[in-house]
Design a protein around this ligand. Sequence first.
Ligand SMILES: Nc1ncnc2c1ncn2[C@@H]1O[C@H](COP(=O)(O)OP(=O)(O)O)[C@@H](O)[C@H]1O
Ligand SMILES: N[C@@H](CCC(=O)OP(=O)(O)O)C(=O)O
Length: 265
Amino acid sequence: MTDRKAFINKKRIVVKVGSSSLTFKDTGHINLTKMEKLIRQLADMKHSGLDVILVSSGAQAAGISVLNLQSKPLDMDKKQAVASVGQASLMRMYQKFFREYNIIAGQVLITKDITTEEKSRNNVINTFNALLDYGTIPIVNENDTVATDEIEFGDNDTLSAIVATLVKADLLILLSDIDGLHTKDPVRHEEAELIPKVMEINGDILKMATGSSTLVGTGGMVTKLQAAMIATQAHIDMVIANADRPYVLLDILAGEDVGTLFKAL
Ligand SMILES: Nc1ncnc2c1ncn2[C@@H]1O[C@H](COP(=O)(O)OP(=O)(O)O)[C@@H](O)[C@H]1O
Ligand SMILES: N[C@@H](CCC(=O)OP(=O)(O)O)C(=O)O
């Protein structure tokens, strides 16, 4: 079996969706159509018997909508307040959509320092396992009131890789607004080419990545490669793919060559 064909046997999947894949490019407001397309695929995955964990950004984007702002505020405390309002709204939308497909969503807000504290780490692992035993889809975001890494650096990418290691996932999928890792940022360089597979994240690969080009995204490709390093070192395959591709998740799980595969070490 090729690397991709083996994906049909993956059982526990962590999916991370970035703000850029949940929002309108020009306004930064939440795009419900995009959200529903994602949820339908996640529901089908769940109904087919997979364990699904969703790491979702979008708290600040949802907060912009709720507070009717023109854009993300610049001050950190205001961004945290916008995320606080937005996270509640984001979860309400997820729970409403998932309920239509008979799926219960649980909220998990964490910070990356849980990995260094054994007690917290075990609490988080136990909660994930219990949520999966109850048949729910845990929806994870950084606790933006306690920590500012994600708001500052867009580090939900690395947070999703940490979650993948904690739940012992078989596959981590990062959905974004680009088709995968390119030789350069394709938004700024139209000659950039897609890299279908990365066996080793070396200096040449790291040089290709730069920051975000969108209103709402933060980490760009830099934090996605950091996530790939964490996942692959933990023997977890990772794929970066475009959330706008119809049925992107189902195609990846069917073994199709979608996006960029970072092969587990
Ligand atoms: N080498 C690269 N290949 C692909 N995208 C890149 C690269 N370098 C930088 N990027 C940028 O990364 C962006 C995706 O990251 P980001 O905006 O943070 O999305 P998300 O909200 O999904 O996390 C792309 O829109 C692109 O502009
Ligand atoms: N906790 C923040 C996450 C920000 C973040 O990581 O954004 P992204 O680069 O779009 O994944 C929020 O929900 O707005």
